[in-house]
Design a protein around this ligand. Structure first.
Ligand code: MTE
Length: 306
């Protein structure tokens, strides 16, 4: 987020055609579905009362404006380059304070989980925002599967390191692997999901396929993509952006209009896709989820614990 940017234009892009094709495929698939009994997309995710009624951004906007430093620093880089990532087979190693440590393959993780559509606001610490129709299941369901031991207080997450496929990992960049963490009560909250889909289709690679975290009341950098490891631990884990610049990015990263980033205001945000004029809107405390999550931080100084 503070790293040097090199500017490329759409002229440099070949994979855009690929994802536009995918979009054509999706509308084609929807057309086929309309002829049959089910109107749902391929994942058939159930609606959720936890969804916002705000209008979701388009798939193009969600795929085309993205942060995924493993593939580069430009917002278009994930859509351009993430197709190189192999996501099958995929497994997540679980260790630390758990009853059933081990390597869980994706099918094992998804088995028995009720997939839901969760339409959430996404607020990046860079002061832009979107509305995204994720498909996933509550992280608490997976934590129940692995069995959390009583001493566990935090969950640490890691993304994979694979420079052969992740071009952003080849040169200088962040301290890989990308790392994130949540307090256990945050991880167990019903709003916290592991997402495996978007718009009722499998998650695009640039948005974190095959499995990523989504924590809607926190700045987007907490929502780690392409998870390969989870560790249950008694102490607060590292997180990448805090390691990079602790005076600017904290562990909690709760969306808060009253606590500015040292270099910019967080009072307002730019909604991607809202057009040139209607696009700045007030930032909401906890990104609009205060009613659900403020209690997690009762008595905490949110300016100190940013
Ligand atoms: N996860 C990994 N592994 N690498 C990243 O660079 N960027 C984060 C987060 N997860 C990032 C990541 C940031 S800054 C944001 S805003 C969100 O992903 C963006 O998610 P999206 O691209 O699906 O909108």
């Amino acid at each position: 987020m503070t790293m040097q940017r090199r500017k490329l234009g759409w002229a440099d892009v070949t994979p855009k055609a690929l994802y536009l094709n995918r979009r054509a495929f999706i509308s084609g698939a929807a057309g086929v579905a309309m002829a049959g009994p089910a109107l749902a997309g391929s994942l058939g995710a159930a609606k959720s009362a936890l969804s916002t009624d705000a209008k979701p951004n388009t798939l193009d906007e969600i795929m085309g404006y993205s942060n995924y430093y493993e593939f580069g620093y430009d917002k278009e880089d994930p859509a351009r380059y993430a197709s190189a990532l192999t996501i099958d087979p995929w497994s997540v190693e679980v260790d630390g304070l758990v009853e059933r440590p081990g390597r869980y393959d994706l099918a094992e993780i998804l088995r028995g989980k009720a997939l839901e559509e969760r339409i959430y606001r996404l607020r990046c610490v860079e002061a832009w925002s979107m509305v995204v129709p994720w498909v996933g299941f509550e992280l608490s369901a997976f934590l129940a599967q692995v069995g959390v031991q009583p001493g566990a207080k935090y969950v640490a997450f890691k993304t994979l390191v694979r420079p052969e496929e992740m071009r952003g990992q080849r040169g200088r960049g962040l301290d890989w692997p990308y790392r994130e963490g949540l307090r256990l009560d945050e991880a167990m909250h019903p709003l916290t999901i592991l997402a495996s889909g978007l718009y009722d289709e499998p998650l695009p690679k640039g948005n974190g396929a095959p499995l990523r975290l989504v924590v809607p009341w926190k700045y987007g950098f907490k929502s780690i993509k392409a998870i390969v490891k989870m560790t249950l631990t008694g102490s607060q884990p590292d997180n990448t952006w805090r390691m990079q610049q602790a005076s600017e990015y904290g562990f909690y990263a709760n969306v808060n209009p009253g606590v500015d980033h040292p270099r910019w205001s967080q009072a307002t945000e730019r909604r991607i896709g809202a057009g040139l004029f209607g696009n700045r809107q007030p930032t909401q405390l906890f990104n609009g989820y205060a009613e659900e999550v403020a209690g997690l931080y009762a008595g905490m100084d949110l300016a100190k614990n940013y």
